[in-house]
Design a protein around this ligand. Structure first.
Ligand code: PEP
Ligand code: MN
Length: 345
């Protein structure tokens, strides 16, 4: 790390920082500039963190050189992580991007879920999504049908051959969920629920980790690090938009640049969710395509048989006929960018 001292830092303050670092086995060099003294320190930052050094009097700023996420970092593992499923589907690397489609929430009518699942299968999707435990802003909104919804997901999976994705909100529900679904989702609101991250870290199940509403890219990768640190390397990141000042036309701002940035600094696969990313049906296709060009390893799309009566996120859900049309064009687009090697990998 690089420590920049305040312009009026005293010799005593500078020496205290240097002595502390040396006592903790850091290699230290320092440059006394005309205005600022700069200390260059190399050593183990596990316990001597930049935050501890920043607390010393006379320290202006501490800069890190190496990213703090280690297991998720490409420095540590240059090759892409590829997650393989029982039926041969692979997510990551140069594999064909996967498509995850389904309703925001699994509702009471199994037939409705099956209709969406069949459409997803016919459109070439690999995964069915459907929420059983819903993180809703208001306690008065639909909270999800819990285990019954997961039973529907499993049944739809058996009938169509699609693999399944559903959100886990509480570690106590994890053991039960493992029997029903193929990928656990951690929602945007739980990206820094460290106990939950630890619990899924102890499972041997792939996890889709959504970017938080206000997560920086570094915080997002550190959330993934929590899961990996606890033993689970099967993490799929998901860019789903972040909060910004203009919500007049879009629900969130999709940070398309985060995809190539994350690919540069991490080996983990990343997918995009233009449904939550934009909140608007008509923006799903262009933003899914933008995500694919930026190198996304997959897309997640909300689809509903009757969006006007959906119990959650109807406005951003594609009705089945529109989904079929969109998928025809997205499939063509995926072939095109693969042939032309357009996507950044
Ligand atoms: C969802 O996938 O339905 C969901 C709630 O997503 P997010 O956590 O990204 O808001
Ligand atoms: Mn939703």
């Amino acid at each position: 790390m690089i420590i920049i001292m305040e312009r009026n830092a005293t010799k005593v303050q500078i020496q205290r920082v240097i002595d502390f670092l040396k006592d903790n086995d850091f290699q230290v060099r320092h440059n006394v500039g005309q205005v600022h003294t700069v200390i260059d320190a190399i050593g183990d930052k596990t316990t001597i963190t930049p935050g501890r050094i920043a607390a010393f009097d006379g320290v202006k700023e501490v800069k890190i050189i190496r990213e703090p996420f280690r297991l998720a970092s490409r420095d540590r593992k240059p090759e892409d992580t590829i997650i393989e499923f029982s039926n041969g589907v692979k997510i990551g690397g140069n594999n064909k991007p996967v498509v995850i489609a389904g309703p925001c929430s699994v509702e009471a009518d199994y037939g409705a879920l099956l209709e969406v699942a069949v459409a997803a299968k016919e459109a070439g999707c690999e995964f069915l999504r459907g929420g059983a435990f819903k993180p809703r802003t208001s306690p008065y909104d639909f909270q999800g049908y819990g285990e019954k919804a997961l039973q529907f997901m499993k049944r739809a999976s058996e009938e169509t051959g699609l693999l399944t994705v559903s959100e886990v909100m509480d570690a106590s529900e994890l053991p039960m969920m493992l029997d029903y679904i193929d990928i656990l989702q951690i929602g945007a609101r739980n990206v820094q629920n460290f106990k939950l991250l630890k619990a899924v870290g102890k499972c041997n199940k792939p996890v889709i980790l959504k970017r938080g509403l206000a997560s920086t890219i570094r915080e997002f990768l550190l959330a993934a690090e929590h899961i990996m640190y606890n033993g689970n390397n099967k993490v799929i990141l998901c860019e789903r938009g972040i909060r910004s000042f203009d919500s007049a036309f879009t629900r969130n701002v999709m940070d398309i640049a985060s995809i190539p940035v994350i690919k540069k600094y991490s080996h983990l696969p990343i997918i995009v969710d233009p449904s939550h990313g934009t909140g608007q049906r008509y923006l799903i296709e262009p933003m899914a395509k933008a995500g694919l060009v930026a190198g996304a390893n997959g897309i997640m799309i909300e689809v509903h048989n009757d969006p006007e009566n959906a119990l959650s996120d109807g406005k951003q859900s594609l009705p089945i006929p529109m989904f079929k049309d969109v998928m025809k064009r997205i499939n063509k687009f995926m072939d095109l960018i693969k042939e032309e090697e357009v996507a950044i990998r």
